[in-house]
Design a protein around this ligand. Structure first.
Ligand SMILES: NC(=O)c1ccc[n+]([C@@H]2O[C@H](COP(=O)([O-])OP(=O)(O)OC[C@H]3O[C@@H](n4cnc5c(N)ncnc54)[C@H](O)[C@@H]3O)[C@@H](O)[C@H]2O)c1
Length: 251
């Protein structure tokens, strides 16, 4: 699997132990140049430096994926620096462990905005350059929570956003198929990152017990599946979602 000559934008890639960082490194290890996009510019810069250490080109871009002007700027910067964009990974996301009865309107709007609206805005922003070059790979990070209905670490708003991503991806996949663009999603189960910072270890272990493989996934295990969907090995796959969850949900 080679990404030599390919340019990828990975959102939410500035987190030290995050899935986005693993995706950025994984694609770079396989030859891609990377736009490390995150609200956390310092974190993004560190990841970009690590990628340069691998001999690839990388830039860090500050973006809030819920703001269309930020997202457009991110894509413009990519085109200015690299001349094209081949791959978009919609990874930026947040969660909140809260019951529906305690979820405020502001909670709902925030979780939907980052996870779902962000995926829409970033995807929309890369469509024109991808359609013009008649090639593109969009890969979204959904969640097992969106497929089986919570039960890991997020409220119903998070499940709704992550399920919404899957519907959005299928609809977009049909729209852009004639332009050589594929749109797919990965639905991780529990992954060892900082998104659940603050979850007590006994609760974490109780979740492990519900997973047939009895452990969380690593960020790199998610990244390898994203890389597959972003590669030419997946050229006949679109509108699909792949579970990477140690067996915690099977369909
Ligand atoms: N870790 C898990 O167990 C797990 C499971 C299923 C799905 N996911 C999904 O994987 C993705 C990555 O999560 P992670 O576990 O690496 O979390 P993380 O908190 O380590 O990383 C998330 C990154 O997104 C960035 N971000 C947040 N809001 C943003 C915004 N508005 N604009 C731009 N960047 C923003 C953060 O700064 C951070 O760098 C998320 O979409 C998450 O929902 C995670």
């Amino acid at each position: 699997m080679s990404f030599e000559g390919k340019v990828a934008i990975v959102t939410g890639a500035g987190s030290k132990r995050g899935i986005g960082k693993a995706i950025a490194l994984c694609l770079a290890q396989k030859g891609a140049d990377i736009v490390v996009a995150d609200m956390n510019l310092e974190g993004a810069k560190e990841v970009a430096k690590e990628i340069e250490g691998l001999g690839r080109k990388a830039i860090a871009v500050e973006v809030n994926v819920t703001k269309e002007s930020d997202v457009q700027q991110m894509v413009e910067t990519t085109l200015k620096e690299f001349g094209k964009v081949d791959i978009l990974v919609n990874n930026a996301g947040i969660t909140q462990p809260v019951k529906t009865i305690d979820t405020t309107e502001a909670d709902w709007d925030r979780i939907i905005a980052v996870n779902l609206k962000g995926t829409f805005l970033c995807s929309k922003a890369v469509l024109k350059p991808m359609m013009e070059q008649k090639y593109g790979r969009i890969v979204n990070i959904s969640s097992v929570s969106g497929k089986r209905g919570g039960g890991v670490y997020g409220g119903s708003h998070y499940s709704a956003a992550k399920a919404g991503i899957l519907g959005f991806a299928k609809a977009l996949a049909r729209e852009v198929v004639e332009y050589g663009i594929t749109v797919n999603s990965v639905a991780p189960g529990l992954v060892d990152t900082d998104i659940r910072a603050g979850l007590p270890m006994e609760k974490e272990r109780a979740i492990w017990e519900t997973i047939p493989m009895k452990r969380p996934g690593s960020a790199m295990e998610i990244a390898e599946t994203v890389a597959f969907l972003a590669s030419d090995a997946a050229s006949y796959i679109t509108g699909e979602d792949i579970d990477v969850n140690g067996g915690s949900h099977m369909d």
